[in-house]
Design a protein around this ligand. Structure first.
Ligand SMILES: [Zn+2]
Length: 59
């Protein structure tokens, strides 16, 4: 799990290349959310399930 987490830390927005922020993460629920500061892109990770959901802005 730590390897996965370290990978997440280096994620960048595919649109503006800014480093994704973790400010919306919900550690209590075991969810790590990585989001572009400009809201282009978001990834919602569920480490317990070893999966994630990507959300890309289409506009
Ligand atoms: Zn962006």
């Amino acid at each position: 799990m730590m390897n996965l987490f370290n990978c997440l830390l280096s994620e960048k927005c595919p649109y503006c290349r800014k480093t994704l922020e973790t400010s919306k993460s919900n550690i209590r629920k075991g969810i790590v959310i990585k989001a572009c500061p400009d809201q282009h892109f978001q990834k919602e990770f569920h480490p317990a399930l070893e999966t994630y959901i990507e959300n890309r802005k289409t506009s």
